[in-house]
Each structure stands twice: as C-alpha cells, then as structure tokens.
Design a protein around this ligand. Structure first.
Ligand SMILES: Nc1nc2c(ncn2[C@@H]2O[C@H](COP(=O)(O)OP(=O)(O)OP(=O)(O)O)[C@@H](O)[C@H]2O)c(=O)[nH]1
Ligand SMILES: [Mg+2]
Length: 263
C-alpha cells in the first residue's frame, strides 16, 4: 500500500469512527457515554494491575536488618535466635544471612557488620529489602560509645530509603545481664540529647558547604529532638540479653515478639 504523509492518520481516525459507530449500534446512543466510561475504567484497572504485578513483585520486602556498632552482639543474637546455641564470635567482615521462620511467615535476617569502615556499604546494599530494622546497642559500653551510636543511628534515621519506606525500627538495649548496663530509659534520654547535637553539627556542616541555611530533616524543626517526633517512622525501645548469666537464661521475649509482628 502506498501512503502519502497524512493518509495513515486519516485512515486510523476513519477506523476509530467505524468502531464507535458499531458500538453505538449495539449499546444505543443514549448509553454511549456510560459505555466509554466503562471501557476507560476497565483499561485503567488493567494497567494498574499490570503495574502492581511488575513493580510490587520486584521489591518484596522480607528482610530484617540487624545493625549496630561492632561488638553490640548482632552475630551472637542471630545464632541464639536461629539455633539456640551460644557461639564464640569474631568481628564480622561481611553480612550473615539466615531465614527465620516466624509464626506468620518467613523473614530474611541480615546481620550487617558493625565495623565503621564497612557498615554503611553493607547497609546501603541491603536497605531496599528491609521490612524492619533492629538497632542493637551494647548497654554496658553505651556511655563510652554514645557519640558513635548516635552518628550511626542518625545516618539510618535520615536515610532517603528509610524515610520513604519507613520500616519499623527496634532499638534493642542488649547485654542487660551485665551489672553495669544502662536501662532503656537512660539510653533513650541520652540518645535524644546526642541526636540533637548531631543534627546541629550536620546542619552547620551543610550550611558552610552550601553557604546558605541547610536543613537536616530529623524530628520537628526548632524543637529538641525526641523519637516521638519521627512521624510515620515508628521507633520502639526494649531491653534484652542474648547471653544468659549464671542465674538467668537469655532474655529475648520482647525482641521475638517484635520480630514475629513484622512477618
Ligand atoms: N554479656 C553479654 N555478652 C554478649 C551478649 N550478646 C553478645 N555478647 C558478646 O558480645 C561480643 C560481641 O558479639 P558479636 O555478636 O560478635 O558482635 P557483633 O555485633 O556481631 O559485632 P561485629 O560483627 O563486629 O559487627 C561477643 O563476645 C558476645 O559473646 C549479651 O547479651 N550479654
Ligand atoms: Mg558480627
């Protein structure tokens, strides 16, 4: 067929007209508007379903990230939860992954190494899969680690992916079997104060780079930082110990309850 430049368009609009005529014949002129609405609705619904299948299926989140400073007890906790065994651990240099069969379904636990030089890289690698995050703290060495803990927590709380997907965050104050460990209340208070300081420092650093006022979005602007100011990002604090002392067993009931709720 030899078309000139605008002939195909004329041809197409003629075909559409023909189809509309046929439809009109079947549904009647008075019902034509309903018919067009109906067809548009069905097409939109199909597009939506296909989009849901393609995009929704791709990022199915089943991951629970164990994060925290080196020595907080992440790998030990992972072993204790999965096998009940108390193992000798060494500093992790790569992630450990395992499937946790909760009452409601399987979760993929990913233990992110806490060494400062590598933790961000591993967190970035797995954050897309996070259905929940457990931030483990060594409650015994907390006072000494405060600055470092707050810096790491700040990075997580202001991470774009975390802010977008708002996975529930559990701050687990571990090693409660040790006599000099800090309670979750003390840890929360100190962290709120320290995160306030980190927020100011980061804002000041950004302003000096940009030459204008820059904001770091954490909590409510103009008010001292509180975890309750994080909006949709839900943060819980619990006390636990993966290791038992001479008299008591490990104490993980609250942590397991939270974990099972995420499945
Ligand atoms: N007392 C006590 N010690 C614990 C507890 N949980 C873990 N530990 C000890 O803490 C030390 C560090 O534990 P790890 O599990 O290796 O720490 P980690 O967070 O995986 O550290 P990285 O791999 O370096 O990120 C080990 O000696 C554990 O036995 C606990 O609840 N109480
Ligand atoms: Mg480890």
């Amino acid at each position: 067929m030899n078309y000139r430049c605008c002939e195909p368009i004329i041809d197409m609009s003629y075909s559409i007209e023909r189809y509309l005529d046929i439809c009109q014949e079947y549904v009647g002129e008075e019902n034509m508007l309903y018919f067009v609405f109906g067809v548009s609705f069905i097409i939109s619904l199909l597009f939506y379903l296909v989009w849901k299948l393609v995009a929704g299926g791709k990022v199915k989140r089943r991951g629970i990230l164990f994060v925290g400073l080196s020595g907080a007890g992440k790998t030990y906790l992972l072993s204790k939860i999965l096998t009940g065994q108390e193992i000798e651990t060494v500093t992790s240099l790569k992630e450990n992954q395992a499937t946790y069969a909760s009452e409601k379904g399987a979760l993929n636990i990913i233990d992110i190494p806490g060494q400062e030089a590598i933790r961000q890289k591993f967190f970035d690698q797995f954050k897309d899969t996070a259905k929940g995050i457990i931030f483990l703290i060594d409650s015994e060495s907390f006072s000494k680690d405060l600055k470092d803990v707050a810096e790491y927590l700040f990075n997580i709380l202001t991470d774009q992916n975390v802010l977008k997907c708002v996975p529930p965050l559990l701050i687990a104050c571990n090693k409660q079997d040790l006599l000099t460990s800090k309670s979750k209340k003390v840890i929360q208070d100190h962290l709120e104060k320290e995160l306030n300081t980190v927020r100011k420092t980061r804002s000041a650093a950004l302003s000096s780079i940009d030459g204008e006022e820059a904001t770091v979005h954490l909590g409510v602007k103009g008010k001292p930082f509180e975890f309750s100011h994080l909006g949709k990002l839900k943060v819980d604090f619990i006390e636990c110990n993966a290791k038992g002392d001479s008299e008591n067993e490990s104490r993980l009931d609250e942590l397991l309850l939270w974990l099972n709720r995420q499945a």
